[in-house]
Unconditional design. Structure first.
Length: 118
């Protein structure tokens, strides 16, 4: 069983930056994918970004390309999401997710709130 624990998040002004981190415990195969989804009030959960443990390959939602960067610290089973030029539309609960297939939704963290004020 894999457990995902998020940290970071909080409040930022529009145009500002925040960093999220997620530490995974348990056995992660080289094919494992870790990523982030988010859910804004009244909206469905949506994909944000993901990174493959084996290759380090990344995928981003079009809405965050160029502003968000996902990275990994493989020895420590940790990923981070650096968010820059934040917009109020980024306000949501951000969930760390993981799985062996695409999209990585087999395991979920508890979520962390990100609020961007205008």
């Amino acid at each position: 069983q894999v457990e995902l624990v998020e940290s970071g998040g909080g409040l930022a002004q529009a145009g500002g930056s925040l960093r999220l981190s997620c530490t995974a415990s348990g056995r992660l195969f080289s094919s494992y994918i870790l990523g982030w989804f988010r859910q804004a009030p009244g909206r469905d959960r949506e994909f944000v970004a993901a990174i493959r443990q084996g290759t380090g390959g990344t995928t981003y939602a079009d809405s965050v390309k160029g502003r968000f960067t996902i990275s990994r610290d493989r020895p420590n089973n940790t990923i981070s999401l650096q968010m820059r030029d934040l917009k109020p539309a980024a306000t949501a609960v951000y969930y760390c997710t993981g799985g062996r297939t695409w999209p990585p939704q087999q395991h979920w963290g508890q979520g962390t709130q990100v609020t961007v004020s205008s």
